[in-house]
Structure formats: structure tokens, C-alpha cells
Design a protein around this ligand. Sequence first.
Ligand code: NDP
Length: 268
Amino acid sequence: MKKEQKRLQDKVAVVTGASSGIGRGIALAMGREGAGVVINYHGHQESAEEVKQLIEAAGGQAVTLRADVGQEADAQLLIDTAIGHFGRLDILINNAGIQRDAAFLEMTLEQWQKVIDTNLTGPFLCARAAAREFVKQGVQPERSKAAGNIIFISSVHDVIPWAGHANYTAAKGGVQMLMKTLAQELAKYKIRVNGISPGAIKTHINQQDWELEEGRKKMLSQIPYGRIGNPEDIANVAVWLATDEADYVTGATIYVDGGMTLYPSFGE
Ligand code: NDP
């Protein structure tokens, strides 16, 4: 019997912030689909090693790397690690992100800067390093129709304002225009650039919201589809975007949010 080809067979993916939540889910899904995965983490090495073990246990290949995406040399090291370990790069998932919430009148420059560095400068640095590599590699038609894929994990808060999170929304709004501009500028190299904007996904970043009954209720009131999302909901879309099935998709943002961006409070 002919062995079924996996959807990302022999591709190589760098996933930033893959030690937790959405990045973890994407790394596991890409590993399952045959990609070699660079698992980036920042503070939690053990969690990253666990993701590696899970990928390997399922027959895949992975390597872990500590890197701060907001540091130029670290971002370059992520891409160099993919090349050094797997010999090439096909997919960058710009996922790493943090919140440092504060009322605007109280927000410190440090809280502002930390979020901008991680959530906006990080994606810029990683995308630039990856795009340079994709241009160098060019299109290899036997592998893929594209020279490479960049996927930004943004947020519904690239369009929905969010009081108490000015640093986060400013970064995500920036990511949205960065994504579109890169899609426009890099299309001639056959590099596809897209965004996934998650709604409420159950991870560490929003644990204090879904953990308590009251927070969970409030979250659910904002989601017409009636459930909080899982990392797999995002991973499924990321895998598809990275395949040639999505070859004509570039510059798009897919809102994976159970309808949160449908302004449910206007539904009654
Ligand atoms: P988690 O807190 O679960 O995971 C965040 C990940 O980012 C961790 O792996 C963390 O690594 C990593 N990270 C943090 N700082 C850095 C850094 N400077 N350099 C490299 N990696 C870093 O969050 P989520 O999975 O929820 O979030 C992932 C992305 O999804 C973020 O961009 C977030 O804004 C976005 N998002 C999430 C939503 C949600 O509801 N969960 C909704 C909309 C968007 P470590 O733990 O090792 O320090």
C-alpha cells in the first residue's frame, strides 16, 4: 500500500513562542504533518522540551531554541538554527506574544516597550530574517509553489479596541499592517504572508479570565459560537495556510474567533 504523503512532508517550520498555548499547538500540528520544527521558547525550557518529545514520539523531528524574538541576534539565530539543523526553511510562524496590562493613565513606558518589543518588533525581526532566506532559496517547484510562508498570529484586537491594553492593541494593529505590507512587497519573490487573528483561546495568556466562573461567562457572552477556542482551532488553519492548497492566499487575515468580531452585542 502506498504511504500517504503528509501535508507538510519535509517542510521546515520555525514557530516562535512554541513552549505554550497556541504556538505549542501549531508546533505539534506541523510536526504531525511531517514538518521539522524549530521550537522557540523564552523562559520555559522544560515545556519546550516536552513539545519536542511529543513531536518525536509521533515520528517527527524537532529542535528547541531559547531566543528572545525582540532581540535582533536572537531572531537571526532562530532562522540559522532551522538552516543548520534541517538544511532549509519553509514556514515562519510569528506567534510569540505577551500582555502587560494597565489602565492607560497608569501605563509605564516599560510596560509599553516590552509589549511592542515582543509583539511587534519581534515579528518584524523574524520575518525579515526568514524572508531573506526565502529569497536566497527561491522557488523549488518540486517542494512547493511558494518560496516560503510567513504567518503572523495577531489577535481580534487588531480591529477591536480594548481598554486597559493600549500597548497590546497598538502592537497587534501594527502587526496587521506589517503583514499586509510584506504580502504586497514580497509577492514578487513568491513569498506568501498571511495573518491569523484568534479570538478567545484557552491558554496561559488569559488564564485569569477563563479560570473563574465570572470571567468565563463574560468571555462566552462575546462569542456567538458559544465556546472558548482551543490551540488546535488555530493550528488547523495555520497548517492549511502553509500548504499549497492556500497558494492563492496572501495578505489575508483569517479571524478564528467563533464570531467575536461580529459584534455580538448588536445581535439582539
Ligand atoms: P502563552 O502565554 O500561552 O504563550 C506565549 C508564548 O510566547 C510562550 O511560549 C512564551 O515562551 C513565548 N514568549 C514570550 N515572550 C517571548 C520572547 N520575548 N521571545 C520568544 N518567545 C516569547 O500565550 P498564547 O499562546 O495565548 O499566545 C500566543 C499568541 O497568540 C500571542 O501573540 C497572543 O497575543 C496571540 N493571541 C492569543 C489569544 C488567546 O486568547 N490566547 C487571542 C488572540 C491572540 P516562554 O513561556 O518559554 O517564556
